[in-house]
Design a protein around this ligand. Structure first.
Ligand SMILES: Cc1cc2nc3c(=O)[nH]c(=O)nc-3n(C[C@H](O)[C@H](O)[C@H](O)COP(=O)(O)OP(=O)(O)OC[C@H]3O[C@@H](n4cnc5c(N)ncnc54)[C@H](O)[C@@H]3O)c2cc1C
Length: 317
């Protein structure tokens, strides 16, 4: 039998849990499906240094556990399951969980996040969280007085490098596999990075991360025009792009995304996609960001959805 849901939240990262907290408090009785990564990206062992209220940092899994408990306290229904199919062509929306369970949802919040792209090197997995990361804002605290490499050549790489400078890194070097002329970053970003003292290694293609006996990263190996070289770095930030977890979108007609697959949303009601009644928030909209940004968007989405539910009710009365 098909289950009827008023507000269905897909995803259990900071955006999903925040949407659940605010939607519950607005008495919208949300049901949340957690997906294959309950707690989202932060459940990879990592210390969160930039979450207000935790002066000595908080572990990602602990933080997500607290958010989940808070959403539960307000009555959100948290369920295990992955959305494997969705037909959003008309309301109520038809959603399938794990290929079996069928749900009809009056409204939907897509909070499925995004993942940073990695280079796919075996050593990358080994050193992830041990000096190699894909989020300069998140790791900035650890850059102080360290030699930092940023791998990539786009605007995100420039931004990561400038963040590292601001965080007090001893040196910041962008490692890019092509030439200066090939770099996709806009000139203004590049010039700003140069002025702030960022150094550049051109035609330097990273092939391996190097570590010490304690399992900490100590540098990288790269192919260069002069042959294979090794460079010493204390911290390495990967800025080679990201991809949204918008599978739900891609299996769904009528939801507009940008060229990279990030969901496009409106300002009013906040977070509504091109399909009325379907909302989205967090990294699936805004590219890999920060916990606070994902929460801010999701809080606004919950307000937007409450306004929408009220408006729809008014129309049907
Ligand atoms: C290693 C690492 C460290 C980080 N450290 C910090 C930090 O210190 N500070 C900071 O501010 N930010 C940090 N970030 C960034 C932060 O984690 C993200 O900005 C934030 O998690 C985005 O939240 P979100 O809810 O949009 O998505 P996510 O956290 O990605 O959550 C997405 C959720 O959607 C679910 N999902 C996906 N597809 C489906 C589906 N088909 N059906 C059901 N569910 C689905 C997943 O299971 C997951 O629960 C870090 C990121 C990483 C990877």
């Amino acid at each position: 039998m098909e289950e009827q849901v008023r507000v269905l939240i897909i995803g259990s990262g900071p955006a999903g849990y925040t949407a659940a907290i605010y939607a519950s408090r607005a008495n919208l009785k949300p049901v949340l499906y957690e997906g294959i990564e309950p707690g989202g990206q932060l459940t990879t062992p990592t210390d969160v240094e930039n979450f207000p209220g935790h002066p000595d940092s908080v572990s990602g899994p602990d933080l997500m556990g607290l958010m989940r408990r808070q959403a539960e306290r307000f009555g959100a229904d948290m369920l295990t399951g992955n959305v494997t199919r969705a037909d959003l062509s008309s309301r109520p929306f038809h959603v399938v969980i794990d290929g079996e369970k069928e749900i009809k949802a009056e409204t939907l919040i897509i909070a499925t996040g995004a993942t940073a792209k990695y280079l796919g090197l075996p050593s990358e997995t080994k050193f992830r969280g041990q000096g190699v990361s894909a989020c300069a804002t998140c790791d900035g605290f650890f850059y102080r007085k360290k030699d930092v490499a940023v791998v990539g050549g786009g605007n995100v790489a420039m931004d990561a490098a400038r963040t590292a400078v601001r965080m007090g890194a001893a040196s910041v070097t962008i490692v890019y596999r092509r030439t200066e002329a090939d770099m996709p970053a806009i000139q203004a970003e590049y010039q700003a990075a140069l002025q702030e003292g960022v150094k550049f290694l051109w035609k330097t293609s990273t092939t391996e991360f190097l570590g010490d006996e304690d399992g900490k990263v100590v540098g990288l190996r790269a192919n260069t025009p002069e042959g294979v070289k090794e460079y010493a770095f204390d911290r390495i930030c990967l800025a080679v792009g990201s991809r949204p977890a918008s599978r739900i979108v891609s299996t769904t007609k009528g939801i507009e995304t940008d060229d990279n697959g990030y969901v496009l949303v409106k300002e009013r009601p906040f977070g509504m996609t091109s399909r009325k009644g379907v909302f989205a928030g967090g990294d699936v909209v805004h590219r890999p960001q920060t916990v606070v940004m994902a929460m801010k968007a999701a809080k606004s989405v919950a307000v937007g959805i409450a306004q929408y539910v009220d408006a729809v009710k008014l129309l049907s009365e």
